[in-house]
Design a protein. Structure first.
Lengths: 486, 103
């Protein structure tokens, strides 16, 4: 496969050999910054207000108005940059010129060749690192609603524009082409969202459009180090759409190349309804934005003191929290991703400090505390509960019931267990119950002793019945094994 | 017009006019090609200077970090704003469908 100078990838010259293909994805994520006001004027930055109520001469592009940069927008961009391990550097604003009714100045103020944040990375739960090329500041456009033609832009009868969003501060986060599947792209977006939330940079809501994702997708023969011709896929409104669109687009390109055709560089639109991408415009039609330095703004050059203060004020980031919890519980960081995502890592760590059992704590945090208001849960009570489980005083099912009670009304797990009739079953009582069941079922016992593992379940079931569910299945299994061996 | 020395071609001017959504007649193209070439020739005088070691100027003012606090200030009254719209529908600016860039 060769790439010609105009960026067109030729199909493989040899036929008959099945080529293994690798998907290569880079993402461009636009996020609205969580400021009170817009990037260059004092209009409110708010979602869902009445149309055209948060506007002024600056964000309407009226003649004679001048932009003044929002300090908090800069601070939030710096927080994100530091959290992504970027170099936070002196930067400039440029005008990106094009005509579109939702951009009343006929140019967008953006950062071009000197962005504020460069060369960072994002660490995913599986430990892989995705390079961040840049994370720069720019202003959002107004919001167009296309009327007629079923809302499709190119079939619309006319468009209605609300300028409340015009001038809202954005960061555009550009990844390196380090992603290899739709699944990994989803993991990247989820992790980026967690970092945006942790730093307070953005509320990162894809459904409200405060986080918008475009994907650059190409394919190449596995093992190749050159990049294939890419297509940019737009209109990805959820991480689910993102994953599906990437898988579809990669398949489409592989099919083209396998058939001896070529991939043409294009911008494509994901259609959630038919599950395909459709061409929006080709490279030949792509805009020439005629960037030039914004004469109305002076350079931005955060000094060391400001950068240092931003670094000092950053909270623990998801990757650090995963590492900390993983080290404390003795598992891999990827295995505690859900617990950290739910914000239950502090609770688990506190319960560990209170003498809790790591494995049981992780199981409860991942499976039994989903969506529960666990803030009020006493770490010491949770720790005591897990000790009771490990000591065989509570079965897993009983522990879950006690935990639910702890979450709902607090209290002492031992007392709750007693009140629910989950009194500890003494080992000798359980042993007696096991022996009774064995005596009552000599045929089955003979099969068990002969190595027929299928009857294990039968014995456990019979013991459960005899003890009215108070027995711990694991202990019963152990007792059976001991008796068969004796 | 010999002075332009191929600094800018008629095609360049037509291309830039297209980007700016300007429709030029043949006569205008001819005229503006000459005028733009003269502007570029003038700017090219700078090339005669030795700028080795001179840092590019981003802005004529010796300033950086001109920032404002993130405090909401009242904007314009909506009725007044919408008076400037070519047409209004649902409190929004009603404009023609977007043309000239999408198939």
């Amino acid at each position: 496969m060769t790439t010609t100078q105009d960026g067109i990838t030729e199909g493989p010259a040899t036929e008959g050999t099945a080529t293994e293909w690798e998907t290569v994805v880079g993402l461009e994520v636009h996020c609205e910054l969580a400021t009170a006001t817009k990037l260059f004027c004092g209009c409110r930055n708010a979602f869902g207000d009445e149309p055209n109520t948060n506007v002024c001469p600056v964000c309407l592009g009226l003649p004679g108005s001048l932009p003044v940069l929002n300090r908090q927008a800069v601070e939030l961009a710096m927080r994100l940059g530091e959290a992504l391990g970027c170099t936070v550097r002196p930067s400039l604003f440029h005008r990106k010129n094009y005509f579109y009714p939702d951009m009343p100045k006929d140019y967008q103020i953006s950062q071009y060749d000197q962005p504020i944040n460069v060369d960072g990375f994002l660490e995913l739960p599986d430990g892989s690192r995705v390079g961040i090329e840049r994370a720069h500041l720019e202003e959002d456009t107004g919001k167009s609603t296309h009327v007629g033609g079923g809302g499709r832009i190119h079939e619309a009868d006319h468009s209605l524009v609300d300028y409340n969003r015009s001038g809202v501060p954005l960061v555009e986060i550009v990844s390196r082409p380090d992603l290899r599947s739709g699944e990994q792209a989803r993991a990247y977006v989820n992790e980026l969202r967690a970092v945006l939330l942790a730093t307070g940079a953005s509320d990162a809501r894809m459904e409200e459009g405060s986080m918008r994702v475009d994907a650059n997708v190409s394919v190449r023969p596995a093992g190749s180090s050159t990049l294939g011709t890419r297509c940019e896929v737009k209109n990805l409104n959820s991480t689910r759409s993102l994953g599906r669109a990437i898988e579809y687009e990669a398949r489409r390109q592989i099919d083209l190349l396998t058939a001896g055709e070529r991939v043409v560089q294009q911008t494509r639109h994901w259609d959630e309804a038919d599950g395909r991408t459709h061409v929006l415009r080709s490279k030949e039609e792509a805009f020439d934005y005629r960037y030039f330095p914004e004469p109305d703004l002076v350079p931005l050059a955060p000094d060391d003191a400001w950068r240092h203060a931003v670094r000092q004020s950053l909270p623990a980031l998801p990757a650090d929290r995963r590492r900390r919890l993983a080290a404390a519980t003795g598992v891999a960081p990827g295995d505690v991703a859900v617990v950290v995502e739910r914000g239950l890592d502090e609770l688990v760590l506190a319960a560990l400090d209170a003498g809790g059992e790591a494995q049981r704590l992780l199981v409860h945090a991942e499976h039994d505390l989903a969506g529960e208001p666990a803030d009020a849960l006493d770490p010491a009570a949770l720790a005591a509960l897990t000790r009771m489980e490990v000591a065989g005083q509570l079965t897993a099912t009983q522990a879950k019931a006690v935990l639910a009670e702890l979450v709902a009304s607090g209290g002492d797990p031992a007392e709750i267990a007693r009140a629910k009739g989950f009194e500890a079953m003494a080992d000798d009582a359980l042993a007696a119950a096991v022996d009774e069941v064995i005596t009552a079922n000599p045929d089955a016992w003979e099969r068990y002793q002969g190595g027929d593992a299928k009857v294990t379940g039968f014995f456990v079931g019979q013991v459960m019945k005899a003890t009215r569910g108070r027995a711990d299945g694991k202990v019963v299994t152990r007792l059976l094994r001991e008796r068969a061996g004796a | 017009m010999g002075a332009m020395g191929g600094r800018i071609s008629r095609d360049d001017v037509a291309y830039v006019a297209g980007l700016a959504r300007l429709e030029l007649t043949d006569d205008e193209l001819e005229l503006f090609t000459g005028q733009l070439a003269a502007v570029l020739d003038h700017a090219a005088d700078v090339e005669a200077l030795d700028t080795e070691g001179v840092v590019p100027t981003a802005h004529p003012l010796p300033l950086a970090n001109v920032l404002r606090d993130d405090v909401v200030r009242p904007g314009l009254d909506r009725d007044e704003v919408l008076k400037a719209a070519p047409a209004v529908e649902e409190q929004r600016f009603r404009v023609p469908p977007v043309l000239g860039e999408l198939p």
